[in-house]
Design a protein around this ligand. Sequence first.
Ligand code: 5GP
Length: 120
Amino acid sequence: MNKNYDKNNIFAKILRSEVPFHKVLENDYALAFSDINPQSPIHILIIPKKAYLNFHYFIENGSTKEIEFFWKLVNDVIKLYKISMNGFRIISNSGDDGNQDVPHFHVHLLGGKNLGKMIN
Ligand code: 5GP
């Protein structure tokens, strides 16, 4: 489980409060914070508090409660920014083909403008 998880990846450091970040929301199992290099007016990252390499490892190994509370937090951020009507995009990059840069499972929640077609 969690093959190759790097305990010193930047999101692990954020979870340990070793580096500054702008917290948006949290619950017992997940944390939402602003992306340092936003690609749209709203660009929030949501991560589980426990160590999971990517979506696959999270779903394979996370508890039902962790998975439930993770997605609830994503929805709470959608509510906080009032983007349910205008719309948004949720992306999770994984591994080499997905061009994942930070090896701790996260979803990007993007919104605040028309985001264009997904893949050019
Ligand atoms: P990935 O390519 O792994 O899906 O996305 C990683 C995201 O993390 C990028 O959008 C990048 O801007 C963001 N990021 C990288 N380092 C930091 C950091 O130190 N703080 C915050 N808030 N975001 C970061």
